[in-house]
Design a protein around this ligand. Structure first.
Ligand code: UDP
Ligand code: MG
Length: 336
């Protein structure tokens, strides 16, 4: 058997000491039955309980289980990101450490991947969580994310997903963006599908997120939307806003000039005058921000030699110098 890794399983973990042993016991048989060369990468996200000691024991027992320990708690997105960076497999599967995802669903995801998809997302059709505090917000968020990003999935929040290597090596995640990976990945052009997966109640420990997650998700949604649509042409959005406010400001100004010159009325104490001035200043600022952003975007792409496109396949000679490379990071869309 060669040493090439076919499958990497990436698991972010924070204070889940009691789930570790059951996770190993449940996940290992599933992976062993797959007859592929696999690795499991667990990212200990600065746990304060005995998680790391227990993970270390597992690594000593089974070297295919690799542990990355963060110096402090950075959050689930950073954990996944570190896992993606380290993953060597052609296919990367992510799941939660808390046993809420069922490892026995992994073969289903992989079968679907074999049909040629770039991302197969788990869909917790039958969720085991309270309706008002968890499922309702999540349903609303899924609708909102689907309609703003154009990547339609029932369940963005499910960590159990499978990705092709090209996807995980080419996206950059910040903040809490792990919930939007399929949407972020759509910027490099991906085929996404979903399969129903089992959802289980948490057995040990407790959830790391409260109701505040809703607001963070909303803000991240704005970021994702912006990155997807305008990251290569920021002037289009800022300039557009600037032109609109500027036009209204000028119209009001013309009206006031007319009133002053032809009707001889005093306009110094009219609130409209303040509005006109405000709108025109706003317009100048918007357009300036847009121009500055244009320059920033150019620096961003050129300093990192980031192409503004990604090639899926090239039919031609290998020495033609056309790179279909998977190693260069891209987070960009062109004009959509
Ligand atoms: N997690 C992490 N870092 C954090 C918070 C969570 O690595 O700062 C891990 C956590 O251990 C779990 C997964 O991310 O494996 C999902 O977290 P959780 O179960 O709390 O989220 P929920 O299932 O409630 O959405
Ligand atoms: Mg959980």
């Amino acid at each position: 058997m060669s040493n090439k890794v076919d499958l990497s399983v990436v698991i972010p973990l924070y204070n889940e000491q009691d789930s570790i042993e059951p996770l190993y016991e449940e996940l290992s048989p599933v992976l062993n039955s797959l007859d592929t060369n696999y690795e499991v990468i667990i990212i200990d996200d600065g746990s304060k309980d005995a998680s790391f000691q227990r993970l270390k024991a597992i690594h000593e027992r089974d070297a295919r289980w690799k542990i990355i320990q963060f110096r402090r708690n950075y959050g689930q997105t950073a954990g996944l990101s570190a896992g993606f960076e380290a993953a060597a497999g052609d296919i990367v599967v992510t799941l939660d450490a808390d046993l809420q995802n069922d490892p026995r669903d992994i073969p289903k995801l992989l079968d679907k991947m074999n049909e040629g998809y770039d991302i197969v997302s788990g869909w917790r059709k039958d969720r085991k969580e309270p309706f008002f505090s968890r499922r309702l917000p999540s349903m609303t968020a899924n609708r909102l994310i689907s309609s703003t990003t154009g990547v339609v999935l029932h369940d963005y929040g499910c960590t159990l997903k499978a990705y092709r290597k090209v996807v995980v090596k080419n996206i950059h995640l910040y903040g809490e963006l792990h919930r939007f990976i399929p949407a972020v990945a759509s910027s490099i052009g991906v085929n996404v599908t979903e399969v129903p997966v089992n959802d289980r109640a948490r057995r040990f420990g407790k959830s790391k997120y409260g109701i505040w997650r809703i607001f963070r998700v909303m803000l991240d949604l704005i970021t994702v939307r912006f990155i997807l649509s305008y990251s290569t042409r920021p002037l289009q959005i800022f300039g557009g806003l600037g032109l609109a406010t500027g036009a209204i400001g000028v119209l009001i100004g013309l009206y006031l000039t007319f009133v002053k010159l032809f009707l001889g009325q005093n306009i110094g104490d009219r609130p409209l005058l303040i509005l006109a001035v405000l709108l025109i200043i706003l317009a100048v600022q918007m357009i300036s921000i847009g121009l500055v952003a244009e320059i920033v975007v150019r620096t961003y792409h050129e300093s990192q030699q980031k192409p503004i496109y990604m090639i899926r396949e090239f039919l031609g000679d290998a020495d033609d110098g056309v790179e279909t490379g998977t190693d260069r990071p891209v987070l960009v869309d062109s004009s959509r």
